[in-house]
Design a protein around this ligand. Structure first.
Ligand SMILES: CC(=O)SCCNC(=O)CCNC(=O)[C@H](O)C(C)(C)COP(=O)(O)OP(=O)(O)OC[C@H]1O[C@@H](n2cnc3c(N)ncnc32)[C@H](O)[C@@H]1OP(=O)(O)O
Length: 417
């Protein structure tokens, strides 16, 4: 056996996928498996085989992702990574990470790679930095009131809601809202055909007593401007009082009145006293619409990890919140072609980033660049942790670059992959 990954042949998918399932101790339905088969890009998937059996798996997905400035750019989605329990800790993951990044670079389409991690400690060594976090909340809706600004509340009252107990039946409306939301928020992924089915996956084993996924759409003059997908879990106390839970899976709205209408709807679902929302953006408007944030039990967690595969092309692909002219000294042990000094000149409209021999203003590793890329973590915050260094302290280069890299809208990944 060698550690050398091989490209997956479509005929090998069943065994390859079974190996992945085993590593995750997963128990998927045939419907989930068929969806994952359809979404697998075989020619971009690899595995390691030992005596004819797959013992390691990894895939790449051809995404397009929103970046600061509003562009939507190609990004390689790293997924389905596994190594069989019998073959762990002998370098198979490392060899697959090597192969993937070399392949992405050689294909020349994507300057970024992104992933969601099963364990946060795995991917930093390969240059992936935490680029977007997500917010969760458990809101006591019996005691926390919504404070909707007069204008939005009035307009929300005039919007029409259409609800279905079958989430899939309002698919076209939801997808039209989602597609318009993508360029507005860094980190959001366009949904290629087939991906619209991913947020609808709703196996019984994951419901924990809740209803199947439902959907509500907000319409203005017949045009969808927002939607939410949610489930309801009923619960009765010993005395017979209803204390059910609304479990929010997904919510998108294109304007404040759409948000107001959706949150008011979720708050008002009969027989419930809690709204649980797991994957919200850190700057969710909801945070400003509740009268008692202490009873919202908010927390955040890591969501999207990003790695610049080609530093020059990656930094040139996004816009900058303020004009920036800076030389970055980048260190990249895993992809040494990125190591060196890069001059970045950019503004809101776009940027140029090329190798230079000029003296560096800031030095950082490629992982920190991944952390700062979507604008969710500032270069100044990373400098505060000692991870970005200003070469001439007091030059103002750090503050200027940090402001330029920032995003007014927090990056967010609404669904996993
Ligand atoms: C994007 C996604 O798909 S995320 C899904 C990842 N898959 C899973 O979590 C499924 C269960 N786990 C597994 O299949 C395996 O344990 C894997 C894929 C996480 C690791 O595979 P291995 O072949 O054992 O890793 P490999 O031997 O190449 O180790 C490479 C390095 O990562 C480290 N590492 C491996 N697993 C972990 C972990 N779970 N946490 C932290 N570090 C880890 C190793 O210590 C090694 O570090 P070093 O280079 O500093 O010495």
């Amino acid at each position: 056996m060698t550690n050398e990954p091989q490209v997956l042949q479509p005929s090998e998918w069943d065994a390859w996928y079974a190996s992945l399932q085993s590593a995750f101790a997963a128990d998927e339905t045939s419907e989930e498996q068929e969806l994952n088969r359809a979404l697998t890009e075989s020619e971009r998937s690899i595995g390691v085989w030992d005596e004819g059996r797959p013992v390691a798996t990894a895939g790449l997905l051809s995404f397009r992702m929103a970046v600061p400035g509003g562009a939507v750019v190609p990004a390689a989605g790293v997924t389905m990574v596994s190594v069989a329990p019998t073959h762990r800790r002998r370098g198979l993951l490392r060899s697959m990470m090597r192969r993937q990044l070399d392949d992405v670079r050689e294909a020349g389409e994507e300057s970024l790679a992104v992933l969601t991690a099963s364990e946060a400690g795995i991917y930093g060594r390969f240059g992936y930095g935490l680029a977007a976090r997500s917010l969760s909340a458990r809101i006591d809706t019996a005691r926390v009131a919504l404070e909707l600004p007069a204008g939005t509340a009035d307009e929300a009252a005039g919007l029409r809601l259409r609800q279905s107990d079958e989430a899939a039946s309002l698919l076209a409306e939801c997808e039209s809202v989602y597609a318009r939301a993508v360029p507005r928020r860094p980190g959001m992924l366009e949904r290629r055909p087939g991906w619209e089915r991913v947020p609808l996956v709703d196996p019984e084993r994951k419901r924990d007593g809740a209803s199947p996924l439902r959907c509500v759409v907000v319409l203005r003059d017949g045009e969808p401007v927002g939607y939410a997908r949610y489930a309801v879990r009923l619960h009765w106390t010993q005395t017979g009082a209803a204390e059910g839970e609304v479990r929010l899976r997904e919510l998108e709205a294109l304007d404040p009145a759409g948000h107001a209408a959706l949150w008011r709807f979720l708050w008002g679902i009969d027989l419930t006293a809690t709204v649980v929302a797991d994957d919200r953006p850190l700057d969710d408007p909801l945070l400003h619409l509740v009268d008692d944030p202490r009873r919202c039990a908010t927390a955040f967690r890591d969501a999207l990890y990003l790695r610049p595969v080609e530093v020059g092309a990656a930094l040139a692909a996004r816009g900058y919140a303020a004009p920036v002219e800076v030389v970055l000294e980048v260190e990249d042990a895993f992809c040494p072609w990125n190591t060196g000094r890069w001059r970045l000149s950019g503004d809101v409209k776009g940027a140029v980033c090329e190798p230079t021999r000029d003296a560096a203003d800031l030095s950082l590793s490629v992982r920190e660049l991944g952390r700062a890329y979507l604008g969710g973590t500032s270069l100044s915050a990373l400098a505060g942790a000692g991870l970005v260094r200003e070469q001439r302290p007091g030059s103002g280069a750090l503050a200027a670059a940090s402001a330029a890299f920032g995003s007014d809208v927090q990056p967010w990944l609404p669904h996993g992959f």
